[in-house]
Design a binder for this molecule. Structure first.
Ligand SMILES: [Zn+2]
Length: 229
């Protein structure tokens, strides 16, 4: 009976060592590659942060569309501080609280010497939009958020504070233009109520579902505009 001896295995220490060394080198190369990728990503992010324009800088160069009637409050008027915004982080919606007044009357009221309130925009009963304060400056309507918000006052025909259809449509148009210009989601569209708990804009505080609907209408109008482009 033939006996088979298993083939003798010769240890090959040299080859093993080389393989080990190669693996180590491959591992090092991999980590070096990974480090380079991470460095590239960090560098790119840092570049983006350094070169990214702030919203106030964007506001300074923004062209005001022709559907906005620019009637700035006189410089030096108590309601127009002329102080630069610290940022543009939210858009605050208000109601004027004075039924049946129009945009021009409210704008002229802000421009009086004894007025210490003003908003960036007033929207009238017919949907007319007047701009009262440059987008780089603080308005005087949203308390401690005047420093980093754009404010919009909306006229209303009666004591409920509900906006007319024309005012509502203009509000959507204006807010979406601002949102697009400053890259703000609908989460950044707030009521004066969110700032101080004040019942403003009254109808949209007393009927929160109407405010939710407004946010939905903003998104729907934005999608319709995107489809058109
Ligand atoms: Zn208000």
């Amino acid at each position: 009976m033939a006996t088979y001896s298993s083939p003798r295995r010769h240890p090959q220490p040299k080859r093993k060592r080389t393989a080990k060394k190669n693996n180590k080198l491959k591992g090092n190369a991999f980590f070096l590659f990974l480090e380079l990728i991470i460095l590239a990503i960090l560098g790119f992010q840092a570049f983006r942060i350094i070169t990214k324009k702030s919203n106030v800088e964007i506001a300074a160069e923004l062209e005001i569309p022709s559907w906005i009637d620019v009637q700035l409050i006189d410089e030096g008027n108590p309601s127009r501080s002329g102080v630069q915004l610290e940022g543009i982080n939210d858009i605050v919606v208000h109601y004027v609280g004075n039924p049946r007044t129009n945009a021009q009357q409210n704008r002229d009221f802000y421009n009086q010497q004894d007025s210490d309130v003003c908003s960036h925009f007033v929207i009238g009963l017919e949907g007319e939009i007047i701009m009262c304060v440059p987008l780089t400056e603080k308005s005087a309507s949203s308390n401690d958020r005047n420093r980093d918000t754009i404010s919009i006052e909306v006229c209303h025909p009666d004591d409920t504070g509900e906006f007319t259809d024309a005012s509502y449509q203009s509000l959507i148009k204006l807010v979406n233009w601002l949102r697009k210009s400053f890259n703000l989601s609908t989460d950044h569209v707030i009521r004066h109520y969110e700032v101080t708990g004040k019942e403003c804009p009254m109808y949209y505080v007393r009927n929160p579902e109407k405010w939710d609907q407004f946010k939905e209408d903003l998104k729907a109008a934005e999608e319709a505009a995107d489809d058109e482009e």
